[in-house]
Design a protein around this ligand. Structure first.
Ligand code: ADQ
Length: 487
């Protein structure tokens, strides 16, 4: 299905991400590491094994020991991968992760749906933790490796790694959108963040728009010069490109075809009274538009276009960043709203909204996708949104309607979805109504094309295309040989 040799000509690979690709399972004597589920890990793990690679990431526990992250001795092998755990203290997590990453960068990069908070007391620990990841990555890279840094928490690391391991080629991938220059300009440390990223040879985004936003900000606030897709900086040529991420389509398709998954989908449908199911599956995050989805559904109930006898909205929200105030507020708002809708519209023992505040295991998740008549993915802003792609991959029956926000990166590829504007509640409730009434012919026509799209571009292809670009990156002194006009 995919080429496990990976691009990179046999150079070692170092992956640097906030978290490790493994998690602790079992207790006491049976405690052990297991590989974390998810497309990113499945896509990168085979390449790491093949290329004798190391994954640098947080070990998942908050230690009280200051400087614990510098202990290199605890690197270990798991499932053919070398793992270099980073230990973070409670104070690191509060400032670097919850503070600067999730209260400054996350809202700023997602169109400032919530007000980003800019505190120097978070910025300095953010720098410090990036420095520690960079040191661990440079140690793992030795004389030179292909180093692939992931996501907004580690935007300063590329330049720091370059300084400590000049023989390495460095790639960076941003999993969230890069905001327009005028929003980005608000950040007091905008130049430092851009210079951190400019330490990379290849900077990847989900969309061309994000690549363009980044390149424009870099030209505005640093000495970088060039075009929307290539920059010259510090005697190097840097590629800024779109690499739209995807999912392990084959794995989802296979589990969807297993009898046990079909059985669970049937049980779910029956337990919801055989009604038509509108499904929402998200991390509980204010970017995901869970609140507006509830309002659109409420509008349908109020205007009599839907009734709880016939239709149910199943909303599964997985807990996320619960210690951040905006997330706790969102949870409260969503749960009050669910209560109000059910109080007003439940009928004959049928709740209008079936709400779960927890994660589902993989098979139950796929079974929910299979049970749904309409999948609603309505973020205000989303780098890509994998749920939309997973839904299509799970529909081996070629049925089901995807209602998708035009502000998700996925909307650029999933053109046969019903695209909606999450700021337009009337428009969303009209689209929902139309989705529920769509003919079987039209549903199948759209779903077949959607499925072709997600099977052609799976996560293996995504990882391979990024690593191939990195392996052929021109690197240091390249701008001396190539005229800037070609950029
Ligand atoms: P997220 O914001 O986490 O990712 P998304 O892309 O939708 O958003 O991925 C969420 C993942 O969590 C999916 O694989 C989904 O199956 C799983 N999930 C969500 N709710 C769940 C539940 N209740 N139970 C079980 N599993 C659940 C960030 C960016 C995205 C980008 C990805 C990858 O914000 O825009 O697509 O990274 O780059």
């Amino acid at each position: 299905m995919h080429d496990e040799s990976g691009a990179g000509g046999g150079r070692p690979l170092v992956v640097v991400a906030n978290r490790m690709p493994v998690r602790r399972a079992g207790e006491g004597d049976t405690a052990h590491w297991e590989t974390s589920p998810g497309g990113l890990v499945s896509a990168i793990a085979p390449v790491l094994r093949e290329r004798r690679g190391t994954w640098v990431g947080w070990n998942g526990t908050a230690s009280d020991e200051v400087g614990a992250g510098d202990a290199a001795a605890d690197a270990f092998e798991h499932d053919g991968m070398r793992i270099r755990p980073m230990a973070l203290t409670r104070a690191d997590l509060d400032s670097f992760y919850y503070g600067f990453s999730n209260e400054t960068l996350w809202p700023l990069y997602h169109d400032a749906i919530r007000f980003p908070r800019f505190h120097r007391r978070w910025w300095w620990p953010f720098r410090d933790v990036n420095e520690r990841y960079a040191r661990a990555a440079a140690e793992a890279a030795g004389d030179g490796a292909d180093v692939w840094v992931h996501d907004y928490q580690l935007q300063l690391a590329p330049a720091m790694i370059r300084e400590q391991s000049p023989g390495s080629r460095i790639g960076f991938f941003l999993h969230i959108p890069f905001p327009p220059e005028e929003l980005f300009a608000k950040m007091p440390w905008r130049r430092q963040v851009l210079e951190g990223l400019l330490g990379a040879d290849v900077i990847g985004f989900h969309t061309k728009l994000s690549a363009q936003n980044f390149s424009r900000a870099a030209r505005q606030f640093t000495t970088a010069r060039g075009s929307d897709s290539h920059l010259e900086y510090d005697g190097r040529r840097i590629a800024c490109k779109a690499f739209p991420i995807s999912i392990d389509t084959g794995a989802i398709d296979s589990i969807a075809r297993e009898d046990e998954t079909g059985r669970r989908a049937a049980v779910l449908r029956e337990s919801l009274g055989g009604r038509r199911i509108i499904l929402g599956v998200d991390r509980m995050d204010y970017t995901k538009g869970i609140d507006v989805r509830l309002r659109a559904f409420e509008d349908m109930l109020e205007t009599g276009r839907a009734s709880a006898d016939e239709v149910v909205l199943m909303q599964v929200a997985v807990p996320s960043r619960e210690s951040v105030g905006d997330y706790a507020d969102l949870r409260r708002t969503v749960e009050e709203h669910v209560g109000r809708i059910n109080g007003r519209f439940a009928s004959g023992g049928n709740a209008a909204v079936y709400y779960l505040y927890r994660g589902l295991d993989f098979r139950d998740l796929v079974a929910s996708y299979m049970a749904a008549d309409v999948m609603m993915v309505t973020p205000f802003r989303d780098g890509m949104n994998l749920v939309a792609k997973e839904f299509c991959a799970a529909r081996a029956d070629e049925d089901g309607v995807l209602v998708l926000s035009e502000f998700a990166g996925a909307a650029l590829e999933l053109l046969q979805a019903m695209l909606v504007n999450p700021y337009d509640i009337d428009g969303m409730s009209a689209a929902l109504d139309r989705a529920l009434r769509m003919s079987e012919d039209e549903r199948r026509r759209r779903m077949r094309t959607l499925r072709r799209t997600v099977s052609r571009h799976d996560v293996y292809r995504w990882a391979d295309s990024f690593l191939t670009e990195l392996a052929t990156a021109p690197g240091k002194d390249s701008t001396r040989h190539e005229p800037a006009a070609r950029a």
